[in-house]
Design a binder for this molecule. Sequence first.
Ligand code: SF4
Length: 319
Amino acid sequence: MKPFTYERARTPAEAAALVANRPGAKFLAGGTNLLDLMKLEIETPSHLVDVQDLGLDRIRPTPDGGLRIGALVSNTALASDERIRRDYSVITRATVAGASGQLRNKASTAGNLLQRTRCPYFYDTHQACNKRTPGAGCAAIGGYSRQLGVIGVSKACIATFPGDMPVALRVLDAKVETVMPDGRTRAIPIGEFHRLWGDTPHRETVLRTGELITAVRLPRPLGGRHYYQKVRDRASYAFALVSVAAVIQPDGTGRVAFGGVAPRPWRVEEADALLPQGAAAVTKRAFRGATPTHDNAFKLALATRTLASIISRSQKGAP
Ligand code: SF4
């Protein structure tokens, strides 16, 4: 691991300024992804600004009937919160589908949004990777791509965003609240938070240098039945080949987002409107323009079947 320096910030704005003013600095929250990447020297920050003591670890109601989840709320605390389990259970289902109990105790809400891809070539520093080294090429294209993306990918990178909880946040239309180094704040719709790779796959979100996530804001509860179904190569502690988050109302209308298929949680609002017509109609629209590889074309059929299973359960009133 490369040497680095460390300090604790006292306020969110101070943390943002500390990172903005020091080249090579990064925020440290739960560290469950960053520290692994530092050990592999894929991430080599010169300085870490610890944001764990900023009072961002609470879930509070908002005046409009929603909830504001502090950026440092752990995955375990989020999944087990009574309000989340009652009104936003798609979040609980998605969060407990990720990682392991130990990791969820430490991993933060903001960190979950910022997870790096699990493309195997990204983690192998002997392989060409545009995300790790811009302009180096992409060993996954023409390589082993079973786990990689089928839509929203580019000629520079075909990796996926690996998270589960953000797929649920996408179906709920959450907003990501941030503070910038000058103290200004903004709320970014979750659908605009992750970039598509294009020619710059090393730029994964719309966050600016030093911009710190402070919270995730949920709108009022949507009602309906909440589902998160994750299909993976082993039963636990594995990333999604395909996952589906859905909120389905008693009349069969609802919302759907897909994980494990694209650079961001993948939702096409026009496809939501086709839910009453069945899973195939939804995925045909949601995956229009898909460019799967020989290895991962199965994800398109898998997405349809996973959604069909959810629709069938909802029609039977099953959880
Ligand atoms: Fe790197 Fe993306 Fe290619 Fe994987 S798919 S090797 S992350 S550029």
